[in-house]
Design a protein around this ligand. Structure first.
Ligand code: PHE
Length: 399
């Protein structure tokens, strides 16, 4: 069981989380309930607290994604409130747990939009869950900002959907170049989670670039999120005799895949994308993780002043925990939203959308955010190596 402290209604209240339990919202009685708008959209009150919804996998298979992202987002909201909020109004963050489960995102985001009347939604980390909720935000004309979903389709849902991270055509390119130039691989096996849009997309973009640069795909194998036994796929991969294995999946499966590969005597470099990032990667995969690599969005080892300050504040707020990429992106997503509200002069959905779309050179922990015509950000990627049971920063790759 895990304790979170959420700032709600300007006071600190303790929220206890355990599997299956949703975060409870405190009711603010002195605020008039606005009439429901068209499509259940939130008519933006011109004064009073600014309600921001957040949906995140606080429990379940990708729990560290949601927990990290939430801690970063909440830190930003608390800092904004401590500085007086924006336009003289404070923020209230209403957080819902998607439980890492299919179907939950749609239902919790429907609640955040229709019942809580949130003026904007922050989330999710995983692309599949962002894809589930995006049409709800789009139809209600409530801007949604994903901190870290990298599949291009997320923002293609519509003009109210944004993200503050890079997208997978870039991440796939980064890892194809890494395989070719750093690993010196000519022949790579690809192991894809066919049930995760993130995995399918990243595998595709990797293959395109790797093959275009003269590389070969030795074999491609598939599995489904939640699978625990990868021996059949790994045996087929071993038989194809590749130089390396690309497994663009989430950390739970990445840990198991690597461990089972080593058991089968496959001692090749194994590498993935940002979905690998979690302390659990090392708990699940253990010693087997040495000699693996993944790409992500930021490194706490970055010497930039903004990063060092963020790491210090995050550790002070969250029991000395070192913030990972999701924490940094969660933090930036809230700051980008606050900046847009300021420029929009309020929280009207259309005006806020337009202000978000005009985001340019906004300086955050993960670099400068400029949103392009497709509402995506362009940012550098970082490559991490697992060495002696530790995450070691290897290189930064600029777009
Ligand atoms: N990019 C992943 C996705 O789209 C989510 C993720 C982001 C995971 C950052 C870890 C770190 O599903």
């Amino acid at each position: 069981m895990m304790k979170f402290f959420s700032t709600r209604c300007g006071v600190i209240s303790a929220v206890t989380l355990c599997t299956g339990l949703l975060l409870t919202a405190c009711k603010k009685s002195d605020e008039p309930a606005p009439a429901p708008g068209k499509d259940g959209a939130a008519p933006a009150p011109a004064s009073g607290v600014i309600k921001v919804g957040e949906f995140a996998s606080l429990t379940g298979k990708e729990a560290t994604f949601g927990q990290s992202s939430h801690k970063g987002t909440l830190l930003a909201i608390e800092e904004l409130n401590a500085a007086g909020g924006v336009l003289g109004r404070k923020f209230e963050l209403i957080t819902e747990d998607t439980q890492s489960k299919q179907g939950e995102s749609a239902s919790v985001v429907r609640k955040l939009v229709s019942r809580d009347k949130c003026i904007a939604i922050l989330g999710e980390v995983a692309s599949g869950r962002s894809l589930e909720a995006a049409p709800i935000c789009q139809n209600a004309k409530v801007p949604m900002i994903s901190p870290s979903s990298t599949n291009p389709k997320v923002t293609e849902v519509g003009d109210f959907v944004f993200r503050v991270c890079f997208i997978d055509p870039f991440q796939g390119t980064v890892m194809a170049l890494f395989a070719k130039n750093t690993l010196k691989a000519k022949n790579v096996a690809v192991l894809t989670d066919a049930a995760a849009p993130y995995s399918v997309g990243l595998a595709t973009f990797f293959k395109e670039k790797f093959v275009a640069d003269g590389g070969k795909i030795a074999v491609e194998q598939k599995f489904s999120s939640g699978d625990k036994d990868f021996k059949a796929q790994l045996t087929a991969i071993k038989a194809a005799n590749p130089d390396a294995i690309f497994a663009p999946c989430y950390y739970t499966e990445a840990g198991l895949i690597t461990q089972q590969a080593r058991q089968l005597g496959i001692n090749l470099p194994i590498f993935g994308g940002d979905g690998w990032e979690a302390p659990e990667l090392l708990t699940i995969g253990g010693k087997a993780m040495d000699g693996t690599y993944y790409s992500t969005h930021y490194s706490p080892e970055d010497k930039a002043e903004m990063v060092a300050t963020f790491v210090r504040k995050f550790k002070a707020r969250w029991n000395n925990e070192v913030p990972d990429a999701m924490a940094a992106l969660g933090y930036d997503s809230a700051l980008v939203l606050a900046d847009a509200i300021k420029r929009a002069g309020g929280t009207d959905g259309q005006k806020l959308r337009d202000a978000l779309a005009a985001t340019k050179d906004f300086v955050g922990v993960t670099g400068k955010t400029t949103l392009d015509a497709k509402r995506n950000a362009t940012k550098p990627a970082v490559i991490i190596e697992v060495k002696d049971g530790k995450f070691v920063y290897k290189e930064t790759v600029n777009p």
